[in-house]
Design a protein around this ligand. Structure first.
Ligand code: G4P
Length: 531
C-alpha cells in the first residue's frame, strides 16, 4: 500500500543530539555533518560560534551573542533523502538543565569521545539521562588522526565505566603512530586515510578495498597489515556483536572511529547512523502510546528561552512535534491549562537564519512565541488529547541560599522564584530554618544563577544576593522520614524540600553521596524527581 505523506515524512526523519565533554570535538563534528548535508554556510556559522565561545565567560556577553546561540539550538539538514534534526546540547559555560532537557526531545544520541580521554564527566552525566530514557546511543571515537589510548583499551574503559557494551562497526588502522585508514567491519572495506590539503573542508577521496585484496599489504605496509588482521580476528572472536534489538534498548552502542577535524571516518559513520538510528518513535502519554503517524497534531515543550530584554518580555518555547502535521496559524490547546494557542509565526532554526515554517512533521522542532502561558513539559495538541509524560527536574549540582536585604521585597522574591522555577530557569527548594523556611536555589550549571539574579532584578524588582552552599551533588530521596532527616544531620549533607515537598539531600561531593547510599538501606535515592 502506498505510504501517506505523513508516513513518508516520519520515515525519513532522524532527530538526535551529540553528547560529549567540552573539547571532544562536538563543534567540529557538527560542522562536518553539515558539510555532508550540503549546508556549507552553516558550517561557517558554527565555527564563528566556537571562536567566540572560548572568550565568553560572562553571561551578559553571552546574551549579546544570543542571536547565534538561539538560532543554532536546532540544526536541520538533508542527506541522501533523510531529514536530519541535530539538537544542540549546550556545553562549556552554558551547560545547564536545558542541556538535559534537550535530550528529552532526541530519539537517539551520538556519544563523542576524545581518543585520549574516553568517558569524561559531562559525557557521563549526559549518558545517564539517555540511559534513563533508554534511547539508542552511537559512539564516535574522535581525534584518531593522532595517537590515543589503544582502541581495545578505550572500549573496555567505556564498558566498565558506563555498563554499556560497544560494538565497533569501524576500526582504526594504524602503524602504531599514524592513522592509515578505518576498516568497516560490516562491509569488510578499508577506507584509506588521505590527509588531504584542505584540512577536512571537503570529503576525502577514499580508496576502498577488501581485506583479502592483495594490494592491502602494499598499501598499508607489512606490520600495519598484520596488526589489522590480528585485531579484526580478535574483534570477531571476542567483540560484542551488533544486534539491532540490544541497540534499540540502549544496551549496546555501535561504535565508530575517525577524525572530525580531518573529516575522516565521518561519512561511513553518517551512513550507518542514518540506517540504524530510529525514526520518531511512539511517545508514552497518559492514554498509552501516541504514534507519530497519528494524523492528530501533538507536541511538547522541552525548552523555554526567555528574552532578556525587559522591553520584549516574550519568550521562545521550543516545541518537539510528536504526531500529525503542523501548519502555521493552527489552533492548538495547552492540554495542562485547557487554553487555546494559535501557533502564529512559528520559526524553525537554520543556522543563522530563522525561517518561517510552512509545514513541520514529527521529529521536527519549531520555536513559538509565548507570552508566559507555557511551561517545560506542556503538551500542545487538539482539545481533549492525552498528555505526554512530564519532563522531570534533574538533580542540580550547584546550590545557594537566596538573600534579600530588603524584607519588604520578600513577597516579590517568592513570586519571582515561583515563576522562574515553573519556567525551568532554576530549581527552588526550601530549607527549614530558625525563622521559617529559607529559599535555596539549585542549578545544573552556575550560569543559571547569573540569569536568575538578572531576571529577579529586572522583572521582579528584587535585588537579591546568593550565598553559595558547599554541595556539589544531590538526590531526591524516598523512605521513612525519620531516616531521611538523620542523613541530613551529618556535616557533609543538608536536607531541603522542593516545591512539591519532596525531600532532596545535598551532599558535599559524589563520594559522600555514594557512602550515604551504601549506608542507608531504608532509603532510595533518585537522580530525577519522581511524581
Ligand atoms: P567542542 O565543541 O566539543 O568543545 O570541541 P571543538 O570542536 O571546539 O574541538 C576542540 C578542539 O579539538 C579544537 O582545537 C579542534 O580543532 C580539535 N579537534 C576536533 N576534532 C579533532 C580531530 O579529529 N583531531 C584533532 N587532532 N583535533 C580535533 P582547538 O585548538 O581548541 O581549536 P581550533 O583552534 O582548532 O579551532
Amino acid at each position: 500500500m502506498a505510504k501517506t505523506k505523513l508516513e513518508e515524512e516520519v520515515r525519513r526523519r532522524r532527530t538526535f543530539a551529540i553528547i560529549s565533554h567540552p573539547d571532544a570535538g562536538k563543534t567540529t563534528l557538527t560542522e562536518k555533518l553539515l558539510l555532508y548535508g550540503g549546508a556549507i554556510h552553516l558550517a561557517g556559522s558554527v565555527k564563528a560560534r566556537r571562536a567566540k565561545r572560548h572568550a565568553t565567560s560572562d553571561w551578559m556577553e553571552m546574551e549579546q551573542e544570543r542571536g547565534i546561540s538561539v538560532t543554532s539550538s536546532v540544526l536541520q539538514f538533508d542527506y541522501e533523502g533523510f531529514r536530519i534534526n541535530l539538537l544542540d546540547t549546550p556545553g562549556h559555560q552554558d551547560f545547564s538543565e536545558d542541556t538535559y532537557r534537550t535530550l528529552m526531545a532526541a530519539d537517539s544520541a551520538v556519544m563523542l569521545l576524545d581518543n585520549r580521554k574516553g568517558v569524561e564527566e559531562q559525557t557521563r552525566k549526559l549518558f545517564e539521562v539517555c540511559k534513563l530514557r533508554r534511547i539508542p546511543i552511537f559512539t564516535f571515537v574522535n581525534k584518531c588522526d593522532r595517537v590515543g589510548v589503544s582502541p581495545l583499551q578505550l572500549l573496555d574503559d567505556v564498558e566498565a565505566e558506563l555498563g554499556m557494551a560497544c560494538a565497533p562497526l569501524t576500526w582504526p588502522v594504524t602503524d602504531g603512530t599514524n592513522l592509515l585508514g578505518v576498516y568497516d567491519r560490516l562491509d569488510r572495506q578499508l577506507h584509506l586515510f588521505d590527509r588531504g590539503g584542505d584540512h577536512g573542508a571537503s570529503a576525502p577521496s577514499v580508496e576502498l578495498t577488501g581485506l583479502d585484496d592483495p594490494r592491502v599489504e602494499s598499501l598499508l605496509g607489512g606490520p600495519a597489515t598484520e596488526r589489522l588482521l590480528e585485531e579484526v580476528e580478535l574483534l570477531d572472536a571476542v567483540g560484542a556483536d551488533f544486534s539491532e534489538e540490544a541497540f534499540r534498548e540502549g544496551a549496546i552502542s555501535p561504535t565508530f572511529f575517525g577524525s572530525a577535524l580531518t573529516n575522516f571516518g565521518v561519512e561511513p559513520f553518517l551512513r550507518r547512523f542514518l540506517r540504524h538510528a530510529p525514526a520518531p518513535p511512539p511517545r508514552k502519554s497518559s492514554e498509552g502510546e501516541v504514534h507519530p503517524e497519528d494524523p492528530r497534531f501533538t507536541a511538547f515543550v522541552f525548552k523555554i528561552q526567555a528574552n532578556m530584554d525587559p522591553k520584549h518580555r516574550d519568550r521562545l518555547a521550543f516545541v518537539r512535534i510528536c504526531s500529525g502535521r503542523y501548519q502555521p496559524g493552527e489552533m492548538v490547546t495547552n492540554v495542562r491549562t485547557g487554553k487555546g494557542i494559535r501557533l502564529t509565526d512559528p520559526q524553525q532554526f537554520f543556522g543563522k537564519e530563522r525561517e518561517r515554517v510552512d509545514t513541520a512533521w514529527p521529529g521536527d522542532v519549531v520555536g513559538i512565541h509565548d507570552r508566559g502561558g507555557l511551561r517545560i513539559g506542556d503538551t500542545l495538541a487538539e482539545r481533549g488529547s492525552p498528555t505526554f509524560e512530564s519532563i522531570p527536574p534533574f538533580s542540580p549540582e550547584h546550590f545557594a541560599r537566596v538573600i534579600v536585604p530588603d524584607p519588604l521585597r520578600r513577597k516579590h522574591l517568592d513570586k519571582g522564584l515561583l515563576e522562574l522555577s515553573e519556567e525551568g530557569a532554576v530549581q527552588v527548594f526550601y530549607q527549614d530554618g530558625v525563622t521559617g523556611p529559607a529559599p535555596v536555589v539549585g542549578a545544573v550549571g552556575p550560569l543559571q544563577f547569573d540569569v536568575l539574579l538578572h531576571r529577579l532584578e529586572h522583572e521582579y524588582g528584587v535585588e537579591a544576593r546568593l550565598e553559595p552552599m558547599p554541595y556539589r551533588d544531590a538526590r531526591w530521596v524516598t523512605g521513612p522520614h525519620a531516616d531521611i532527616r538523620r542523613v541530613g544531620n551529618g556535616l557533609d549533607a543538608a536536607l531541603v524540600y522542593d516545591r512539591n515537598e519532596r525531600p532532596l539531600l545535598l551532599f558535599r561531593n559524589e563520594w559522600v553521596r555514594q557512602s550515604a547510599e551504601g549506608r542507608e538501606n531504608s532509603l532510595h535515592f533518585h537522580r530525577v524527581a519522581l511524581d
